[in-house]
Design a protein around this ligand. Structure first.
Ligand SMILES: [Zn+2]
Length: 164
């Protein structure tokens, strides 16, 4: 398995290429490119598929909040669904959404902050914006999973696991 640094390097080096393709074929507005790039960086740095490992660079980047990923490592075994091309990102976004709901319910239970359904962001979700953000979040995770798969094809690297 390539180290976290290798994944991050590949994802950051290819970002200008993805941004250029996005500009040429998807949306030539600078705001959209910034949103796409921001989501891509957020995903590269903080939503790595290797969050399924107890020790990994992405979890360290969460700082004091890193502990919230501990249950995720228990639920998802390394390189299982968390590394799926289609479902991997969804597991992490769903997990974060679940944590947000639990936090919001706890805050409203203790009367710190009361939420009403109409205040929730998805009641007026812009589909185009959501698509741009999802593309930015998904792409580095897909790259990660593909690099892991390519790496496991190299016979002498198959048994070398570096938990980073
Ligand atoms: Zn991985």
């Amino acid at each position: 398995m390539p180290a976290g640094k290798t994944h991050l390097r590949i994802e950051l080096i290819t970002l200008p290429l993805w941004a250029a393709l996005f500009y040429l074929f998807v949306d030539a507005s600078w705001l959209s490119i910034v949103l796409f790039g921001g989501a891509y960086l957020f995903s590269s740095l903080l939503l790595s598929p290797d969050l399924d490992l107890r020790h990994n660079a992405a979890r360290r980047r969460w700082g004091l909040l890193g502990f919230v990923w501990l249950p995720y490592t228990k639920i998802f075994k390394h390189r299982g669904v968390s590394h799926s091309l289609l479902l991997g990102t969804l597991t992490r976004l769903g997990y974060l959404a679940l944590l947000a709901v639990i936090a919001a319910l706890a805050l409203s239970y203790f009367n710190v902050w009361t939420i009403s359904v109409t205040q929730l962001p998805w009641t007026k979700l812009d589909l185009w914006l959501a698509g741009i953000l999802l593309a930015g979040l998904w792409l580095p995770n897909i790259l990660h999973a593909l690099v892991d798969r390519l790496d496991s094809l190299i016979p002498w690297r198959r048994r070398r696991y570096r938990y980073r």
